[in-house]
Ligand binder design. Structure first.
Ligand SMILES: [Zn+2]
Ligand SMILES: [Zn+2]
Length: 713
C-alpha cells in the first residue's frame, strides 16, 4: 500500500471549529478548499477519505474526553444533566425556595430529518455504531409512552409552523379547546410527509438559558405526544418533581409568543405571564436552538443514522459551550431588564391604582372573574341550533316568495307594457318572463319543503310569524352566528399573519423563503382587509351594534387576546369592570410586575449558583491537574489546555457578576463571604488578563451606545 493522501490533525481540528461556527460549512466545502490550496483538481472521492479521517479524529477526541471525565469524576450517571447549566442546577443549601425548581421548554422540529434510504431503491447499509452522548433518549424508551399519550391532553403543543391551521369556524366547539385545534392540524398530511423520512426530526428539552438537556428522534409516526412525555419523564427523574404545582407535580406552559396566538382561555391557563413563579422565562428557547440547528439540515439529510447523530451531538455540545460562555451576559441582561420593568411598572401602576381606585386584590379578582366567565360559556344546545337554523330558513322562504311575486309581476308587465309592434320581440320577452317565473317557483317550493321538514323536526304546529316573539328571540342568535363566523375568519387570518412574521424574524430563514413569506404576507394583508370589512358589516347589523375594527387594531399584537371576548360577550358583560379596556390593561401590567419581581428573585439565586460553581470548579480543576501531573503528565497537559479557555470564560463571568452586584437596585448576595479574594481566580495562572480588558472595553462601548440611544429617544 502506498498512501497518497495525508490529512493533518491540525486540518481536522480547524475543520471541526469551522463547522462549529458555521454548520453549513460541509466536508465537501472543506475538500474543495484544500484542493484549491494544494492546486490539485477536486475529486468527489476525497470527501469519503476526509470523512473517514474526521471520524477517527472524533473517535480520538471522544476517548480523551472519556479519560478526562474519569479523572474529574464527571462520569457519574446524569452528570451532564446535573451540571451543564450551573445557573439552573447547581443547587446550594441555604437558597430561598422558588416556585419552580426548574423551568424547561420542550419542542419538536422537523428540519433535521433523514431520508429513508429505501427511497432511492437501495437497501440500507447497516451501521452498528450507536450514538455516544447522553443527549439522546432512545427509541425503545420513547415508545413506552405511546399509550400514555392518549390519556393526557395538555402535552402536545407541538407546533408545526409549516402547516396551515384548521379553519376554526367550521367547528364551533374548537373555540374553547385550542390545544386540540393545534394537535388536529392536518394529521394526514403529516403522516404522508413523514413516511419518506426515516428520522423525521427531533424533539428537544432546553433550560431557560438555552442549554440543551435532552433530545430524541421523531420516527415515522403520528403520535407526537409520546416524545415530550418521554423527555419530561426523564427530567422528572433527574431533577425531582418540584418542577411545578400541586396537581400534576409539573406544570406546562406555552411560550409567550405562542400564548398570544392561542385563545384567551388557554392564555389565562398556560401563558407564563399568568403562572406564578415563571419570572421572565419566555418558553420559546427551543425555537432559538432550532434556528441554529436548521443550518445542519442540508448536511445530514442523506447521512447514515450514526453520522446524523454524530453531527447533531457535535453541534449540541458546541452550542452548550457557547451558552456557558454567554451565561453571565444572560444574567446581566435579564437583571437590567427586570429592574427596569419593576421600576416602570411600579410607577405606572401606582398612578393607575390611584386614578381607578383599585388595589392589588382587585387585579387578582379581575383575572378570576374573566376565567370564570370563559369557563361558563357554553354553546347553545342542539335544539336551539335547529331553531336558529329554522329562523334563517323562514327568512329565506320569505325572500323566495317575494322573488316569485316580483317574477309574476314582471311577466304581467311584459304583456301589457310592450308595444304590440313586433311579434318576435313579444315572444322573446314572454320566454324570459316564463323562465324567471319557473325558476323562482322551483326555489320557493324547495324553501317550503325545507321549512316543513324543520317544523316536523321541531314539532312546530303553527308556523312562526316573522317579527313574532319566538322568531325575534332566535333571530338575534342567528345574526350573532354570522357575526361569529366573520370574527373567526378574521382571527384565523391574523394568527397566520403573526406566524409568518415570526418566521421572518428567525435567523437562518433563507433569502428565497423570506421572499416567499413577504409575498404571502402581502396577500394575507389583502385578505385581512376584506375580512375586516365583512366583520364590520356584521358587527353593525347586531342589536345593539358592536364597535368596528380597524387595521390599526389588528396590527397591535396583543389584540389576539380580545378575540374570545368579542366572540362571546353579550352587552352586559362589557359593562363589568374586568372587561373594560383600562382595567384589563392595568391587570396585565400588574401580572407583568409580579413576574418581573420573581425574575429578580430567581436571578439572585442563579447568580449565587454560578459564582459558587465557578469557585468549586476552580478548586477541583487545579487539584486534578496537580494530581495528574505526577501520574499521567500527558493527560494533565491536555486538561491544562482545556482548563485555560474555561478559566478565561470564568474570569469574565466573575467580572460580569460583580458588575450585576453593583447595579442600583441589586438585591442578591454580593460576592461570596467565604471566598476571601475573588481576585485569586481572576489572577490565576490560567487567565488571560486581556480577556478582562476586552470585556471592560466592550462594556464601556455598550454604555455609550445605551447613552446615545437614550438621547435619541
Ligand atoms: Zn392553547
Ligand atoms: Zn439554565
Amino acid at each position: 500500500m502506498y498512501p497518497t493522501i495525508a490529512i493533518s490533525l491540525r486540518t481536522l481540528a480547524a475543520f471541526r471549529q469551522c463547522h462549529r461556527a458555521c454548520p453549513r460549512f460541509s466536508i465537501q466545502a472543506q475538500c474543495r478548499t484544500l484542493c484549491f490550496l494544494h492546486e490539485i483538481p477536486y475529486r468527489p472521492y476525497l470527501n469519503t477519505q476526509f470523512s473517514a479521517a474526521y471520524n477517527i479524529y472524533l473517535e480520538i477526541i471522544h476517548h480523551v474526553d472519556q479519560r478526562l471525565k474519569a479523572a474529574l469524576k464527571h462520569n457519574t450517571p446524569n452528570w451532564r444533566l446535573l451540571n451543564s447549566c450551573p445557573a439552573c442546577f447547581y443547587k446550594l443549601q441555604d437558597e430561598p425556595t422558588l416556585d419552580f425548581n426548574w423551568l424547561v421548554c420542550v419542542d419538536g422540529n422537523n428540519s433535521l430529518k433523514r431520508w429513508d434510504s429505501s427511497i432511492y431503491g437501495n437497501t440500507a447499509w447497516l451501521d452498528s455504531r450507536q450514538a455516544r452522548s447522553d443527549y439522546w433518549i432512545d427509541r425503545e424508551t420513547v415508545d413506552k409512552y405511546k399509550h400514555e399519550a392518549k390519556s393526557c391532553d395538555i402535552n402536545s403543543h407541538d407546533d408545526n409552523w409549516e402547516e396551515e391551521l384548521v379553519d376554526a369556524s367550521t367547528n364551533p366547539s374548537n373555540v374553547l379547546t385550542c390545544v386540540d385545534r393545534w394537535r388536529n392540524a392536518g394529521p394526514e398530511t403529516r403522516k404522508k410527509m413523514f413516511s419518506v423520512f426515516h428520522e423525521s426530526g427531533i424533539f428537544i428539552a432546553a433550560c431557560r438559558h438555552r442549554f440543551i438537556l435532552l433530545a430524541c428522534d421523531m420516527v415515522q409516526s403520528g403520535e407526537l405526544a409520546k416524545y415530550p412525555l418521554a423527555l419530561i419523564d426523564k427530567l422528572l427523574t433527574v431533577y425531582g418533581k418540584n418542577g411545578g404545582s400541586h396537581d400534576l407535580g409539573f406544570r406546562m406552559m406555552v411560550g409567550s409568543f405562542h400564548g398570544h396566538a392561542h385563545n384567551r382561555k388557554c392564555q389565562l391557563r398556560w401563558h407564563p405571564m399568568y403562572i406564578p413563579g415563571t419570572g421572565h422565562t419566555e418558553g420559546e428557547g427551543c425555537e432559538h436552538v432550532f434556528s441554529a440547528s436548521n443550518e445542519l439540515a442540508r448536511s445530514i439529510r442523506h447521512a447514515s443514522s450514526f453520522h446524523r447523530h454524530q453531527s447533531i451531538e457535535e453541534h449540541f455540545s458546541f452550542w452548550d459551550q457557547d451558552k456557558y460562555a454567554s451565561l453571565s451576559n444572560f444574567l446581566w441582561n435579564h437583571y437590567r431588564e427586570a429592574l427596569k420593568a419593576v421600576h416602570n411598572l411600579t410607577t405606572e401602576l401606582t398612578a393607575i391604582k390611584h386614578e381607578l381606585r383599585l388595589t392589588d386584590d382587585d387585579f387578582v379578582h379581575f383575572l378570576d372573574e374573566e376565567q370564570k366567565y370563559l369557563d361558563d360559556l357554553k354553546q347553545p344546545p342542539a335544539e336551539d341550533r335547529i331553531r336558529i337554523r329554522y329562523v334563517e330558513t323562514l327568512d329565506e322562504l320569505a325572500e323566495r316568495r317575494s322573488d316569485w311575486d316580483s317574477a309574476r309581476q314582471a311577466a304581467n308587465n311584459a304583456l301589457t307594457e310592450l308595444p304590440a309592434s313586433s311579434l318576435a320581440q313579444i315572444n322573446q320577452a314572454l320566454t324570459v318572463a316564463r323562465i324567471r317565473v319557473d325558476s323562482s317557483y322551483a326555489k320557493l317550493q324547495h324553501a317550503e319543503a325545507l321549512v316543513a321538514h324543520m317544523e316536523s323536526q321541531l314539532g312546530v304546529d303553527a308556523r312562526w310569524e316573522i317579527g313574532g316573539e319566538e322568531y325575534s328571540c332566535f333571530k338575534e342568535e342567528a345574526s350573532l352566528g354570522k357575526y361569529r363566523a366573520a370574527l373567526n375568519n378574521l382571527e384565523r387570518l391574523v394568527v397566520m399573519r403573526l406566524f409568518e412574521l415570526s418566521k421572518l424574524s428567525l435567523s437562518g430563514t433563507g433569502y428565497k423563503l423570506r421572499q416567499q413569506i413577504s409575498k404571502a404576507l402581502q396577500r394575507r394583508s389583502e385578505a385581512i382587509r376584506k375580512a375586516i370589512a365583512r366583520y364590520n358589516v356584521q358587527a353593525v347589523a347586531l342589536n345593539p351594534p358592536r364597535d368596528k375594527i380597524s387595521w390599526k387594531d389588528i396590527a397591535d399584537y396583543t389584540f389576539l387576546g380580545e378575540f374570545d371576548l368579542l366572540r362571546h360577550s353579550c352587552s352586559d358583560v362589557r359593562s363589568d369592570d374586568w372587561a373594560k379596556p383600562a382595567y384589563r390593561e392595568a391587570t396585565s401590567k400588574y401580572f407583568k410586575l409580579l413576574r418581573a419581581r420573581e425574575e429578580i428573585t430567581r436571578l439572585n439565586v442563579e447568580i449565587r449558583r454560578l459564582r459558587t460553581a465557578i469557585y468549586d470548579e476552580e478548586l477541583q480543576a487545579t487539584a486534578v491537574i496537580r494530581d495528574l501531573s505526577g501520574s499521567d503528565p500527558l493527560l494533565a497537559s491536555e486538561l491544562k489546555r482545556q482548563w485555560r479557555s474555561r478559566a478565561a470564560i470564568n474570569a469574565v463571568h466573575v467580572y460580569r457578576l460583580d458588575q450585576i452586584g453593583s447595579l442600583t437596585g441589586f438585591s442578591g448576595v454580593r460576592g461570596r463571604e467565604d471566598i476571601d479574594d475573588i481576585q485569586a481566580i481572576i489572577m490565576s495562572d490560567y487567565v488571560d488578563m486581556d480577556a478582562i480588558d476586552r470585556e471592560e472595553f466592550g462594556r464601556a462601548t455598550e454604555d455609550i451606545a445605551d447613552y446615545l440611544q437614550s438621547i435619541v429617544n
